[in-house]
Design a protein around this ligand. Structure first.
Ligand SMILES: C[S@@+](CC[C@H](N)C(=O)[O-])C[C@H]1O[C@@H](n2cnc3c(N)ncnc32)[C@H](O)[C@@H]1O
Length: 300
């Protein structure tokens, strides 16, 4: 799976369009079928922010592989220079922000209706020490901190600090009742990671919104902060099976293509991406078959 044509084909296979394997001809008709696919459209609509650019995409004559996270179909269709996350933080589109939050919640619970930490062995992952002053978990690009809040509620007495890192605009918009047990830090993950030697750096659905080159740039800023034999990165990401991918994974794959010039990745693609920045996968937690897995990553 790589490039728009195979991303389209992969998704159509997943939703069994016409009950047969679909050949992407690149024509408007084939794309119209794709966009009309009931379950995919439902997924797109749940997020709503896909709707403005559907007509734009279906009007395109050619599909080229996008590699620039800053030149997206979304921007062209909506007529904005803002990145999606800047755009959605503006006043006047609060309904879109609400939809996005709902989508994140749906993704987080997944088909199991469980948080990821409920489907992995948390003690094994963290090998929790008694060092109260150390940083246990940094949630990079953690949105409004929902994962950390849930984690804190589930393990309130776990030693070590919990830190939410987000873009300045998101940190500024945190609710007044944001738990004081969690540190909130404005940080652009494309700049050097300021917290050195945390036990775990958690990235939940952050890398899937970036093309490979941008992922490498972001991870390269994290690697120097990781301590050998102590730190790990936890990527909470979709791992698309090589065959029989689920419709949700392939639908999100299409959305990443349109909104972020990015894509979902197979295990092989994750391994390749991580090895190029001096990291290696130590374990992939299956999370009871859910589409989102926990990829445990260490220094190579
Ligand atoms: C899909 S959201 C995931 C949010 C959260 N991790 C979750 O799964 O619910 C991606 C997040 O990455 C954040 N983000 C994007 N670029 C970033 C950057 N350069 N530095 C820090 N955070 C960033 C966005 O603000 C957004 O909240």
């Amino acid at each position: 799976m790589s490039g728009p044509s195979s991303q389209v084909t992969s998704m159509l296979n997943a939703i069994h369009m016409n009950g047969a394997t679909f050949q992407d001809t690149g024509s408007d008709a084939s794309r119209a079928k794709l966009l009309g696919a009931e379950r995919s459209l439902e997924c797109v609509r749940r997020r709503q922010y896909g709707e403005p650019y559907l007509p734009w995409l279906s009007a395109r004559k050619r599909v080229q592989e996008p590699t620039d996270k800053d030149a997206t179909t979304f921007k062209k269709a909506v007529g904005t220079d803002l990145h999606y996350f800047e755009w959605i933080a503006q006043s006047g589109v609060e309904d879109k922000l609400d939809d996005f939050k709902a989508h994140i919640e749906y993704k987080t619970l997944g088909t199991l209706g469980k948080k990821r930490f409920e489907s992995v062995d948390v003690q094994h992952i963290f090998r929790i020490s008694t060092d109260l002053g150390a940083v246990l978990l940094v949630d990079m690009g953690g949105g409004f901190g929902h994962d950390l809040i849930e984690f804190h509620n589930a393990f309130p007495h776990t030693p070590g600090k919990l830190v939410l890192q987000e873009l300045p605009m998101t940190i500024k918009n945190l609710p007044k009742d944001f738990p004081r047990e969690i540190d909130a830090q404005a940080h652009d993950a494309f700049t050097p990671q300021p917290i050195v030697g945390a036990k775990a750096y958690y990235l939940h659905m952050v890398l899937h919104e970036l093309p490979d080159e941008s992922c490498r740039m972001m991870l390269s800023q994290l690697v120097p902060a990781m301590q050998k034999a102590h730190s790990k990165s936890l990527l909470n990401e979709i791992v698309v099976p090589d065959v029989s991918a689920q419709w949700f994974s392939t639908s999100v794959d299409m959305l990443m293509l349109m909104c972020h010039s990015a894509q979902e990745r197979t295990e092989g693609m994750w391994r390749d991406l991580l090895e190029r920045v001096g990291l290696r996968i130590s374990k992939i937690w299956d999370c009871e078959g859910n589409f989102e897995k926990i990829i445990e990553v260490k220094l190579a």
